[in-house]
Design a protein around this ligand. Structure first.
Ligand code: ZN
Length: 611
């Protein structure tokens, strides 16, 4: 037995010296037996095609957002009991559809996990709405726990679900839930590029004693869309009245991602591998030069200093001599020393040059689906080859003219060495691997969705739509702040322009981006640069263990090096912590500790200990 006095002396010595031996002693005390912090993903009936897809979507989102998780079967869950479940998982996700049938035992364990052991649960759409026998319960078994009776009988003869809006209580609430500026209408409904206010599938639900975060209403009803309910145990239940996975499968990544992130970060406080370089915000500014019609605008922008080396753009060009049809001579003509070549030679200094479709912008945009694939591939190749010949550099970024991007193009783009592309689906989300109608785009390239302002995407659309210049400026500033606060990457796109409206918008964006880049809050970089990081980040194998409910032991490994990779762990307010391990930059913000590795080692052991 070591006396208390000796421990006291040891502690004092540890605190006031930096001798390696003593540090090691203290390290040993911080790194006792510890439990892995991870998320449980409940997979009921995931054998059907739809079930498999839903489960894979949740897994993809958890991987992309850097959460450690494990799929749990209802059988295993029932065996763990509430206490065992809490030992293994800090949070439990109960996805829609695959958990609509649930036994009383499983529902009982989830109840106990929250009420008795402080577990955090996300219930999505329809859990436990069918008994195993198939008949629908009057009230779902988890409704009482959620404080919301969902899937209630519809008014009149209507179906059990309907299409309705998704309103937040306030704009601030929307942002707290990961909805970026521009994706909320003035009445705080979630909206989308070109559509306006979006409709989502909701069940008929009655709020009993939960707090409503988001809702849908009309004159004769008020339906909860997101609710939260807290328990004395520290447990919490969030219920989401939308089939989240289904939206990811239908080119709306933001809906499931924002909900999962918010639940796991703000409620469950799960550690994560932050999916942005240095754990900062990231902004891609994507400029599309579709034809020769933009020369004058480009000149004006250059003269006004709107191209700057500190904020490199993704500059995508349709390189052929024609635009509408072969021979019209209206293209950018990248090979011509009288047309595109001298301009391209200047632009290449201000960002990454990417390929914008297939050689003849409008012809390609409108005819892609009618062209034989070989012909389309030829046009894509010409565009790449020409830009590579003129710039002397590999082209690694792509954007589809008119957003016309069938996924069969991807295999050719991958062969050409592309790692990132502009994407018109999943609007408002960060870089991802998309689905269209349940079909997966593949894992090799990153799609960068457009961040829209309400139903407008580019500055010219906003000008035509009579959005006021002040609103655009505010939106751009808010978007930069959003990416910094959420530590996430977003992409804005537009065309060169010399109208007063657009020039002011460019300037507003650049001033804000430069300022926040200086403040170390965001990085402005081309999409291929972010994609390189995300690919490396995805190779990180890591584990966080928690000891005594407060200290963290973190191990990271990456064959390509760990520099700029960031782990976030929650330490709360007030308590002092020390970080052991070296070559790590730590930033503390709103109770979170962001630990960014500053050397390019392949392995790293970190400890975060309460002092
Ligand atoms: Zn274009």
């Amino acid at each position: 037995m070591i006396s208390k006095k000796i421990i006291g002396i040891l502690l004092v010595v540890c605190l006031f010296t930096s001798l390696p031996v003593l540090t090691d002693l203290l390290r040993a005390s911080c790194a006792g037996p510890a439990g892995t912090v991870q998320v449980g993903l409940l997979a009921g009936d995931s054998q059907s095609e739809q079930g498999k897809l839903i489960l894979s979507v949740y897994e993809q989102l958890l991987k992309e957002e850097g959460f450690q998780y494990q799929v749990v079967s209802p059988g295993d869950l029932a065996g763990y009991g509430g206490a065992g479940l809490k030992e293994r998982f800090e949070a439990l996700l109960v996805p829609e559809f695959i958990n609509s049938a649930m036994t009383p035992e499983v529902a009982g364990v989830i109840n106990s996990y929250v009420r008795d052991y402080g577990g955090q649960v996300l219930l999505v759409f329809d859990p436990a709405t069918n008994t195993s026998g198939g008949a629908q319960d009057q009230t779902p078994r988890l409704a009482n726990l959620a404080g919301v009776r969902y899937f209630m009988p519809a008014p009149g003869e209507q179906a059990s679900t309907y299409m309705g809006f998704w309103y937040f209580l306030s704009a601030a609430k929307g942002q707290e839930w990961g909805i970026p500026p521009g994706k909320l209408e003035k009445d705080n409904a979630v909206s989308s590029y070109s559509y306006g206010k979006l409709k989502f599938e909701h069940s008929w639900a009655v709020n009993d004693n939960a707090q409503v975060v988001a809702y849908d209403n009309e004159e004769n009803f008020n339906n909860p869309v997101i609710t939260e309910k807290y328990y004395d145990s520290g447990g919490a239940v969030v219920y989401v009245n939308m089939p989240l996975g289904k939206y990811k499968l239908r080119s709306d990544d933001l809906t499931p991602r924002s909900v999962l992130r918010t639940f796991l970060i703000r409620y469950a406080k799960i550690p994560r591998l932050v999916n942005s370089p240095g754990g900062k915000g990231g902004i891609v500014f994507n400029l599309h030069i579709c034809s020769g019609a933009y020369f004058r605008a480009l000149m004006v922008m250059m003269m006004q200093g709107l191209f700057q080396k500190d904020i490199p753009f993704s500059i995508h060009i349709t390189a052929g001599p024609d635009t509408y049809k072969l021979g019209d001579g209206m293209g950018f003509f990248a090979e011509s020393k009288y047309r595109g070549k001298p301009v391209l030679e200047v632009l290449r200094n201000y960002g990454e040059i990417g390929s914008h479709g297939g050689w003849v912008h409008n012809f390609f945009a409108y005819n892609l689906q009618y062209l034989p694939r070989q012909k389309a591939v030829k046009l894509i190749n010409w565009n790449f080859n020409t830009l590579e010949a003129v710039t002397g550099k590999k082209i690694r970024e792509y954007s589809a003219p008119g957003g016309n991007h069938p996924f069969w193009v991807n295999s050719r783009l991958e062969e050409l060495g592309v790692n990132s592309y502009y994407y018109a689906g999943d609007s408002g989300a960060g870089p991802t691997h998309p689905y269209i109608d349940g079909k997966y785009a593949g894992q090799k390239m990153w799609a960068f969705p457009i961040s829209p302002y309400q139903k407008f995407a580019s500055f010219e659309e906003m000008e035509r739509g009579r959005v006021s210049p002040g609103e655009v400026k505010q939106w751009l500033e808010d978007l930069v702040d959003f990416s910094a606060e959420e530590r996430t990457i977003r992409m804005v796109y537009t065309h060169p322009s010399d109208t007063r409206f657009c020039l002011d918008a460019f300037r507003a964006f650049e001033e804000k981006a430069l300022a926040e880049q200086k403040n170390d809050r965001v990085i402005v970089a081309p999409m291929s640069w972010f994609a390189d990081f995300l690919n490396r980040n995805a190779q990180t194998r890591w584990q966080v263990k928690k000891q005594d409910g407060r200290n963290y032991v973190i191990d990271l490994e990456n064959p390509e090096g760990l520099e700029d990779i960031t782990v976030a762990v929650y330490v709360g307010e007030g308590q002092e912590y020390v970080v052991r391990g070296g070559n790590v930059k730590s930033v503390r913000e709103e109770g979170w500790l962001y630990l960014t590795i500053t050397s390019n080692r392949q392995k790293k052991h970190l400890e975060v200990c309460q002092v």
